[in-house]
Design a protein around this ligand. Structure first.
Ligand code: AMP
Length: 186
C-alpha cells in the first residue's frame, strides 16, 4: 500500500483531543511512508492532519474544488495541490489516487465521503479497504446503526466486513495495510 485517503472534519471539534488525534494520524501515516491524500484544506482537522504529515516528512496531496478554495482555505504548503471543478470530481480523484480510506471524526461531509468510498467497494468498483476511527466513542451510534443494517437484512456480512472499525489510529492503519495487501492484484 502506497497511499491512504483520509476523510475528516473541516471543523476542529469542541475538544482539543480531536486536533491531537488528527495530528497523530498525519504523523503515523508519514512514518509508514504512505502518501496522504485528503481534501486540500488548511482548516479544522483537515489542516492539522496535513501539517503533521508534512512536519514528519510525509508526502501530502490535496484535492480541492474551486468553490471551496476560500472556504476551506487551500493549503499552499503541500507536496501537490490539485484544483478540480466539483465535489464529485474531488471524491473520484481521491479514490483513484488512494489504496485505502480512513475516516476520522467529522461532520456530514466526512460521512458522505466515508459512505461513498465504502459503497463503491460494495458495488465492486474497487477492492480498497475502508476504516472508521471510532475515537473516544464518537461513532458509537453510527456503528450500532450499521449493525442494524445487517440484522435487518439490508446489508451482507461481507460488505459490512469491508469497513474496519478501530479505536486507535496506529493499529487501524496497520489493519488497513494488511487488508490492502490481501486484496491487491497479484
Ligand atoms: P465536514 O465533515 O462536513 O466538515 O466536511 C469534510 C469535508 O467534506 C470537507 O472538505 C467538505 O468540503 C466535504 N464535503 C462537504 N459536503 C460534501 C458533499 N456533499 N460531498 C462531498 N464532500 C463534501
Amino acid at each position: 500500500m502506497r497511499s491512504i485517503c483520509v476523510f475528516c472534519g473541516s471543523s476542529p471539534g469542541n475538544r482539543p483531543e480531536y486536533v491531537g488525534l488528527a495530528r497523530d494520524a498525519g504523523r503515523l501515516i508519514a512514518e509508514r511512508q504512505l502518501t496522504l491524500i485528503y481534501g486540500g484544506g488548511k482548516v479544522g482537522l483537515m489542516g492539522a492532519l496535513a501539517d503533521a504529515a508534512l512536519a514528519a516528512g510525509g508526502r501530502v496531496i490535496g484535492i480541492i474544488p474551486q468553490m471551496l478554495l476560500e472556504r476551506e482555505v487551500a493549503h499552499r504548503g503541500l507536496t501537490d495541490l490539485r484544483i478540480v471543478s466539483t465535489l464529485s470530481e474531488r471524491k473520484f480523484m481521491m479514490g483513484v489516487l488512494s489504496d485505502a480510506f480512513l475516516s476520522l471524526p467529522g461532520g456530514i461531509g466526512t460521512l458522505d465521503e466515508l459512505f461513498e468510498a465504502w459503497s463503491w467497494a460494495q458495488l465492486g468498483l474497487h477492492k480498497k479497504p475502508s476504516g472508521l476511527l471510532n475515537f473516544q466513542g464518537y461513532y458509537d451510534h453510527l456503528v450500532q446503526f450499521l449493525d442494524l443494517t445487517l440484522s435487518e437484512g439490508f446489508q451482507r456480512p461481507e460488505h459490512r466486513a469491508a469497513l474496519q472499525v478501530g479505536t486507535e489510529v496506529g493499529p487501524l492503519l496497520d489493519q488497513l495495510i494488511a487488508a490492502s495487501q490481501s486484496t491487491a492484484p497479484k
